[in-house]
Ligand binder design. Structure first.
Ligand code: RIB
Ligand code: CA
Length: 342
């Protein structure tokens, strides 16, 4: 009798554990068609290299660029550099919006340098931009895409997608999911005490995307500030002894300095690469469906993202908010994939 009871108790416990795990963690990746919208940017370039080194999980259809960290000419040049360094020059790069929807443009040259790419030499890449504007490319591609088939990895201000949605709202039919590096809730912002740069740079665009009803996942500072470099982690990347490892270790060594000083931390975040790691290995992360509101009013809360983590207001849960991640698992993945490049 006792054995039977123990058996059923064990069974109930494992079922409960399984239910709990599936509620907060996520399942293994499936292959995705992806458009990467980006403002390279140091961490954007690391993200692009990670994505372009992972064809088994990500079919990168195109890279679309936007002004953000630096001006559009530099972000577009840097996207073409990342493509060249990854040996993936068949992936088209389309230049997009040079300024936000409404607010005065801001940049982050104090963090990313004048060229938008610290710690490495830049040059004019051989392959030019693709013909046509990024916004038109998004409209044309998403309009004719199979239903909910394309993922958009959003690594900068959301201006391009917002313009495309304003021009052709029906493009939501082609979107599987938009995964955004942006926002901050639990531990405050980076560009202001409450706002994260990508949202702060164009909160009106972020509101347009949020209101469109597409499936949205946010990878905010709440999680990217838990996935920090260290001397050992950068040494691991440098130890690959290939071009990609040298480039990324050079970039990260320079890029993380400002955050380490600002936050008094032993390392710095690689924000945008966390979005790509989510797409490749979502089981490294956990979060929950929440109601998200974005403040685009002028003033001290401009660009703030309010994630209702405890469902206090019982509003529509319109975003999956990633709140935690396995830092070592992230760096092991990044190092392993960079090792596949030249
Ligand atoms: O706040 C961090 C984000 O802003 C990253 O995407 C970084 O590249 C900058 O765009
Ligand atoms: Ca970025």
């Amino acid at each position: 009798m006792n054995t039977t009871r123990h058996f059923f108790t064990g069974l109930i416990r494992s079922a409960a554990l399984l239910a709990m795990l599936s509620a907060t963690s996520v399942h293994a990746a499936e292959k995705r068609d992806v458009i990467i919208d980006t403002d390279p940017g140091a961490d954007d370039v690391v993200a692009l290299l990670l994505a372009l080194a992972s064809p088994q999980e990500l079919n990168v259809m195109a890279i679309t660029t936007v002004a953000g960290n630096v001006r559009i000419d530099k972000t577009s040049r840097n996207a073409r550099l990342a493509r060249e360094w990854a040996g993936r020059e068949e992936v088209p790069v389309y230049a997009g919006a040079g300024k936000p929807l409404v607010r005065t443009p801001i940049y982050a040259e104090n963090i990313h340098g004048k060229e938008g790419l610290p710690g490495v030499e830049v040059h004019e890449p051989k392959k030019p931009l693709a013909e046509g504007n990024a916004v038109q490319y998004l409209v044309d591609t998403l309009k004719k895409a199979a239903p909910h088939s394309i993922t958009i990895a959003m690594l900068g201000p959301q201006t391009n997608l917002a313009l495309a949605l304003i021009q052709a709202p029906e493009i939501t039919q082609g979107i599987k999911e938009v995964v955004v590096m942006g926002g901050a809730h639990f531990n405050g912002g980076n560009i202001t005490p409450v706002a994260e740069f990508n949202i702060y740079a164009d909160p009106d665009a972020a509101k347009v995307v949020l209101a469109s009803g597409v499936k949205l996942t946010y990878v905010p500072l709440d999680v990217t500030h838990k996935i920090l470099t260290s001397e050992a982690r950068i040494k691991q990347i440098d130890g690959l002894n290939n071009q990609a490892g040298k480039l990324v270790s050079g970039i990260l060594n320079e890029y993380v300095k400002a955050d380490m000083v600002h936050y008094g931390l032993p390392g710095g975040p690689v924000h945008d690469a966390s979005v790509i790691a989510w797409l490749i290995k979502p089981e490294l992360f956990s979060g929950r469906q929440v109601n998200l509101v974005i403040d685009n009013r002028e003033g001290v809360t401009h660009g703030q993202t309010i994630a209702d983590w405890y469902d206090t207001l019982a509003q529509n849960k319109n975003v999956f908010w990633v709140e935690n991640g396995d830092a070592q698992g992230f760096f092991d993945l990044l190092t392993q994939r960079l090792g596949l490049l030249k």
